[in-house]
Design a protein around this ligand. Structure first.
Ligand code: ADP
Ligand code: MG
Length: 322
């Protein structure tokens, strides 16, 4: 199978066709329409074998994560996703792999009403780069920069699951219950981008980021971007039943929740006067939203407390490439 028939067989038929796509896959470039008066938000993320996923990762999980991490970035900006581009590097044409990969891309794009509008296909070590684009009204955009002293610090979902899932896959952790183990591993392979939460937080959150590198490292970005400090109550961190029951010792569970990457939850700040409307708006989703602390005026400082006592970890950093 040559490059052209590969593209035709696996990436030409869109599972979701949007009215704002004039030309999708098949020409030299895609042509799309941006809604008048809205900003276009663009983000790119690459997943590289051996760096972002283990060599034994399934095609389905690779496809899922590549789409999810990009949609998560759009969610963190308050943007509604519209289109993705897919640049795929594969060592050989493995039809079963491609079928599994492309059907997960189709499933997710359809679920989120997103259209695959183009890409590139090359031979090489397995790597997937997705560029995602979405829209946000100018006054609704969420950034890392708007947090003010006194704002409440919230996070969606639960923290540390994906890192525990990875530790399980790597056999650095053992969990007695097969259900908990499966849950944690799924959280690692199949993160859920918080797309609806992101658009719901428009005009409500003062700052927002997605937790990709670990809570504390991503909180540092809000703290630096907004020129503020933060107080985090570790005893308030949302820890799933699976994680809580699988990890021995509170400090160990907290270190997963604080430093474990790849959860793709939203970490955001809410001014006091918006707190009630935020909780009402988020209550309609089946997604917990937990207040874990507050923004302070102590520029650049993140204060950790456990049961109101100052607390520090031996090692708290999240993932860094360099
Ligand atoms: P060109 O040589 O002009 O760059 P290509 O042969 O690389 O064109 O691609 C042909 C068409 O297929 C283009 O519309 C491109 O966007 C699309 N395409 C190529 N690879 C992929 C892919 N992996 N996923 C989606 N679309 C793709
Ligand atoms: Mg090309």
């Amino acid at each position: 199978m040559n490059e052209f028939s590969l593209i035709r067989n696996y990436f030409t038929t869109s599972s979701f066709e949007r009215k704002d796509v004039i030309i999708g896959v098949g020409d030299d470039g895609a042509v799309t329409m941006t809604p008048p008066g809205q900003y276009l938000v663009t983000t790119t993320d690459t997943l590289l074998e051996g760096v972002h996923f283990l060599p034994e990762t399934s095609a389905k999980a690779i496809a899922h994560k590549a789409v999810a991490v990009n949609l998560s970035d759009l969610a963190a900006m308050g943007a509604e996703p519209a289109w993705i581009n897919l640049s795929l590097s594969i060592p050989k044409v493995d039809e079963a792999w491609l079928r599994e990969f492309s059907s997960e891309i189709s499933r997710l794009t359809e679920y989120f009403s997103v259209q695959l509008i183009g890409g590139d296909t090359v031979k090489g070590k397995t790597a997937v780069t997705i560029t995602a684009q979405g829209f946000v009204p100018p006054e609704s955009i969420l950034t890392r920069k708007g947090a003010k002293a006194g704002d409440w610090l919230f996070v969606t979902g639960t923290l540390g699951d994906a890192a525990a899932g990875l530790a399980l896959i790597q056999k650095k952790l053992t969990v007695k219950s097969p259900e908990f183990s499966e849950y944690l591993i799924n959280r690692h392979y199949f993160p859920t981008p918080r797309v609806l939460a992101g658009t719901t937080l428009r005009r409500i959150a003062s700052a927002c980021i997605d937790v990709s590198d670990g809570l504390l490292q991503d909180l540092e970005h809000i703290v630096a971007g907004s020129e503020v400090g933060a107080l985090v109550h570790l005893d308030k961190l949302p820890i799933s039943e699976a994680l809580g029951n699988s990890i021995q010792g509170l400090e160990h569970a907290l270190s997963y929740a604080c430093s474990g990457g790849d959860d793709y939850e939203l970490l955001f700040t809410v001014p006091e006067e918006q707190r009630v409307s935020m909780e009402a708006a988020m209550a309609s989703y089946n997604l917990p939203c937990t207040c874990i602390g507050q923004i302070t005026g102590a520029q650049g400082k993140i204060d950790l407390r456990l049961n109101d006592e100052p607390f520090s970890f031996a090692e708290t950093k999240g993932y860094q490439h360099f």
